[in-house]
Design a protein around this ligand. Structure first.
Ligand code: ADP
Length: 750
């Protein structure tokens, strides 16, 4: 545009250039902005792209994991399916197995409803529809009774059901056997599981029961067969024994006839073989009886000492033949009467003594009987019996062996002896049957000692042989070569209150001055001479006292004129009873013997009878004891020997009454059971006398055998004030005497 109002071109151009420049600047600016925006964008895009890369990597991982999980899932499902299948199979198998077994199996739930049961279980109910899962135990119990499916015997049905139901309540359910209608036996084993289910097993035990019944039947049959065998053996042995006795007896008679030497040999062989055979038969019979437990003891009262002597007498012939000594040492104060099986005791003794004699060729065989233990107050006696020999003995390694059946010591020395080897086996069993024991001690070449211990009840009321009390004998001489014989006699005579001298031979005896003893006992064969010659020599030199001759074969002396000098014969082996009786029979009066310088000191003072000395002692306590048994008198005297008392005995009630008047005792001990007049009657009589004469009451103390309730009242009613029970005890008697002694009278000795 120009100056006169029109646009100047240059201005226009400048304007346009300015506008272009401005546009260029704007463009540049915009382009910068765009660039920056682009840069930002690409930055963002890169970041985004980075993120996309990361995410896509993650997505890939997830995809992979998902893929993997998908695989696992399929495996698990497959495994599960397999496991299910296996479980199904196992269950099927289990049930198949449970179905196939013969025993019943059932499960009940906690409410005792049947859940499941196998066929065998259901079969017990014989197809009853109502017994099926859901039925309760109670229903089942009712139905089985109603339908008669079980044999409940005579038990009341509801009681049986209650018993069965109660059984299921127990903590520990005991097995139960039930008999079914068809003779089957079922044993129920029931267990409560932890969740309360009851698992019930019904075992079919029919076979077992049948088997048991069969066994029982067979056992009965076997027992009766064994009984038949025993009976057969017993019969057979009897049948054999009878003709054998004929054979032996006749052979024996034959031996006594006039025979040629050869015939004698034949006859003796028949006899010997017959005897051996009999022994064997008896042994075998006994052994089989013991084995079959058919041997029972037959206890009865018997005399042990006599039994032993009988056995010894039987052995005498062989002992004499061998020239050995047979001795018996029976404890002086031991009772002889017991209750036992005398036959079996004889058999034990025969075996032991027979062996001892059999295996001894020189020396002696001795049987010794002693009582062991303090048996005060007991009506039993423990006995210790030994059989000692001086024979061949038993080797130490064979000692245990010999008690076995058919066992013998096998050696040359031994085998010349006959025998079955059953003797000791039988003996041991017999001793065991009697509750005792048998043992042996032996030294080879020196001898053996067999011993046994048994306890036997005393035969109460039986008389024990008691030493004689009415002799004036004070001294005795024993002449015997055997130490043991001298010792036994010495002891027995000493216990009778005699002072004993012993001599080994006639020579020694004859060296003593004549009439220096009251009694002479000589063996019938003292060394250096024979008994009768010794008796003759003693008489010839003026011996006046009694001479007893010990002899095993008195018959042999018959008719010998020298027998005149013998006062009595004592049969060997010597029985105590025989010794007491023979000495007692010697009586009171003897040809005057030279007085002894010093009086004998008796081991056991001989009790005196009240009748012999009726005087009363002034300053001593007078005690009267009425007691019929001599041994008890001895015991009583021994018990009070330390007391300063004047003791008298009465042998029965009648004597006691007489002594009461005569002896005027301060106290009386009264046995209750006595001959002629018993203790109660005697007491009544004494009380009557007291009442009639106004005499003070004498304390009377009863001696009774048993402390039995009721007895005491009866005894007291008779007028007795005190009582003591037998066996008597020293302290009890002494205390009683002191208690009853009137004031001022001391009983203390010294
Ligand atoms: P038997 O005497 O019949 O052979 P036993 O059973 O009585 O049978 O004795 C078994 C064995 O014991 C005897 O054979 C003997 O060897 C041995 N025996 C038994 N008692 C004596 C004894 N007193 N002295 C030596 N040996 C003995």
């Amino acid at each position: 545009m120009t100056e006169h109002g029109g646009p100047d071109l240059s201005a226009l151009l400048a304007q346009e250039r300015r506008a272009r420049l401005a546009a260029e600047r704007l463009l540049e600016h915009k382009s910068k902005e765009l660039f920056s925006a682009n840069r930002q964008l690409s930055e963002h895009a890169r970041k985004l792209s980075d993120q996309v890369v990361v995410k896509s990597a993650e997505a890939q991982t997830y995809r992979t994991e998902a893929e993997e999980l998908k695989g696992e899932n399929t495996q698990v499902r497959a495994d599960l399916q397999k496991a299910n299948k296996q479980a199904d199979k196992a269950e099927r198998r289990l049930w198949e197995a449970l179905e196939t077994i013969q025993d019943g199996f059932a499960v009940f739930n906690a409410r005792n409803q049947l859940v499941i049961a196998n066929r065998a279980y259901m079969a017990m109910f014989d197809g009853l529809e109502c017994i099926r899962p859901g039925a309760t135990y109670q229903d089942i119990l009712e139905i089985v009774v109603e339908e008669g499916l079980v044999d409940i015997g005579f038990e009341d049905p509801s009681a049986w059901q209650a018993r069965m139901a109660g059984r299921w309540q127990q903590d520990r359910i005991e097995p139960l056997t039930v008999k079914l209608w068809d003779e089957r036996y079922v044993k129920f084993l029931d267990r409560r599981a932890r969740d309360g289910d009851m698992v019930s097993l019904a075992l079919n035990i029919t076979e077992t029961i049948r088997y048991e019944e069969k066994l029982k039947e067979e056992r009965t049959r076997a027992e009766s067969a064994s009984r038949a065998k025993s009976a057969f053996l017993a019969n057979m042995s009897h049948e054999i024994r009878t003709p054998m006795n004929g054979v032996i007896g006749m052979a024996d008679l034959l031996c006594d006839t006039d025979l040629t030497e050869e015939q004698r040999l034949f006859a003796e062989t028949i006899r010997g073989s017959g005897e051996t055979l009999l022994v064997i038969i008896n042994d075998v019979l006994d052994y089989s009886k013991i084995e079959a437990e058919k041997l029972t003891l037959q206890p009865e009262p018997f005399d042990l000492e006599r039994t032993i002597t009988e056995v010894l007498l039987l052995l005498k012939p062989s002992v004499q033949e061998k020239g050995i000594e047979l001795m018996l040492d029976f404890d002086m104060f031991l009772p002889t009467r017991y209750v036992g099986d005398p036959g079996r005791i004889r058999q034990i003794l025969t075996n032991l003594l027979g062996n001892a004699v059999k295996f001894t060729t020189q020396g002696h065989v001795m049987i010794r009987v002693t009582g062991i233990g303090d048996e005060d107050g007991s009506d039993q006696q423990r006995l210790h019996i030994t059989v000692e020999d001086t024979g061949i003995g038993i080797p130490a390694d064979k000692v245990d062996h010999i008690f076995g059946e058919f066992n013998q010591v096998e050696d040359e020395r031994n085998r010349k002896f006959e025998g079955t080897g059953l003797g000791l086996a039988i003996t041991q069993k017999l001793v065991a049957l009697m509750g005792g024991e048998l043992w042996v001690e032996s030294v080879e070449g020196e001898g053996s000692c067999f011993g046994f211990r048994i306890t036997l009840p005393l035969d109460e009321g039986a008389d024990t042989p008691s030493p004689p009390h009415n002799t004036d004998l004070r001294t005795a001489l024993v002449i015997d070569a055997q130490d043991i014989n001298r010792m036994i006699l010495d002891r027995q005579l000493s216990m009778m209150g005699l002072r004993v001298t012993t001599r080994r031979s006639a020579e020694e005896a004859l060296a003593d001055p004549p009439n220096s003893v009251d009694l002479i006992i000589s063996d019938h064969k003292p060394p250096g001479t024979d008994g009768l010659a010794l008796v003759q020599a003693l008489r010839d030199r003026g011996e006046r006292g009694p001479i007893l001759l010990l002899c095993s074969e008195p018959g042999q002396l018959d008719g010998d004129p020298r027998m005149q000098g013998v006062t009595a014969i004592l049969q060997k082996p010597l029985l105590r009873r025989d010794l007491f009786q023979k000495i007692g029979a010697l009586g009171v009066t003897l040809p005057a013997a030279t007085p002894e310088p010093e009086p004998p000191a008796p081991v056991m003072p001989v009790p005196e009878s009240v009748a012999t000395e009726p005087t009363e002692s002034a300053d001593l306590l007078r005690v009267l004891a009425a007691e019929d048994n001599r041994t008890n008198q001895l015991v009583f005297r021994k018990m009070v020997q330390d007391l300063a008392i004047d003791l008298r005995f009465a042998n029965n009630g009648r004597e006691a009454v007489a002594a009461y008047q005569d002896f005027r005792p301060h106290m009386i001990f009264m046995d209750i059971s006595m001959p002629e007049m018993d203790g109660k009657e005697a007491t009544q009589k004494i009380r009557e006398i007291e009442a009639n004469t106004g005499a003070p009451r004498t304390p009377i103390c009863a001696l009774t055998a048993h402390a039995m309730a009721g007895d005491a009242d009866e005894i007291m009613a008779a007028g007795i004030d005190h009582y003591l029970t037998k066996p008597l005890r020293k302290t009890a008697i002494c205390d009683k005497i002191e208690e009853l002694a009137p004031g001022g009278l001391s009983v203390t000795a010294g």
